[in-house]
Ligand binder design. Structure first.
Ligand SMILES: C[S@@+](CC[C@H](N)C(=O)[O-])C[C@H]1O[C@@H](n2cnc3c(N)ncnc32)[C@H](O)[C@@H]1O
Length: 227
């Protein structure tokens, strides 16, 4: 099936608050596995203060949890001010070890120097982008030569019937609003084949890809050298 695009920025106070509620309620599925993976992949760097970039951070549940658990300076980027405002409010009642800096910017034009982050994370953002290549280029530009890139997102099912099936099975605990968002996001995401071609642009050496659900793809790459 063809992609049906969603809006790129998740603008609007109601949208941002609604999204945050969903993420809070389903934190265990939506955020925790990514936090654990980041901690595992960076565990060997325990004595170093890491610089971590969270692109398309939304309301920041992942950024804040990382800043709580790791010695890290976290930079949280989103192009929606409404999402960043909710992140700011969430931060007020979170005790973090390192700092969390909020940056309003477009993933296609990141306001950072080349090769300045140890870890670049991007969870569930790419399905919002009509064209992902600009953001991928920026990710490669800002990650250090020995840094890590972690990307996770939905994959678009081959047919609308599978969209219905996934919404009814994996979205069984969701309310109607979230079911609708989930359906739209599945339809907007890249197919498994498209993801494989995108991932190849990061370079194959050091790249690990795996599905955590039939329709959810995760990849991480330990950078060796910019290609
Ligand atoms: C589905 S949310 C995911 C938020 C967060 N990563 C999470 O997992 O909870 C997608 C986020 O990406 C942001 N986004 C979409 N396109 C973007 C872009 N070009 N630059 C920066 N942020 C973008 C949206 O505004 C939204 O906050």
């Amino acid at each position: 099936m063809k992609r049906i695009l969603e809006n790129e920025a998740m603008n609007g106070a109601e949208t941002a608050l609604g999204y945050d509620k969903i993420v809070e309620q389903h934190y265990r599925w939506l955020i925790e596995p990514h936090v654990n993976r980041i901690l595992k992949l960076t565990a060997f760097e325990q004595n170093k203060k890491l610089s971590i970039l969270d692109i398309g951070c939304g309301t920041g549940r992942l950024s804040l949890e990382i800043a709580k658990k790791a010695q890290a300076d976290v930079y949280s980027v989103d192009c929606s001010l409404d999402m960043l405002r909710v992140l700011d409010a969430n931060m007020a009642h979170t005790h973090t070890k390192g700092g969390v800096r909020l940056i309003s910017a477009d993933a296609k034009k990141l306001p950072f120097r080349d090769r300045c982050f140890d870890v670049v994370v991007c969870v569930n953002m790419f399905h919002h982008m009509p064209d992902p290549l600009g953001a991928l280029r920026q990710i490669k530009r800002v990650v250090k030569d020995d840094g890590i890139v972690i990307l996770s997102d939905l994959t678009r099912p081959v047919s609308p019937i599978l969209v219905d099936l996934y919404v009814s099975v994996f979205g069984v605990l969701y309310d109607d609003v979230m079911k609708k968002q989930y359906r739209n996001s599945l339809s907007a995401s890249f197919s498994a084949g498209e993801w494989r071609r995108l991932a190849a642009r990061l370079g194959r050496r050091g790249l690990t890809m795996f599905n955590s659900f039939p329709h959810y793809i995760n990849m991480h790459k330990k950078m060796q050298r910019h290609s």
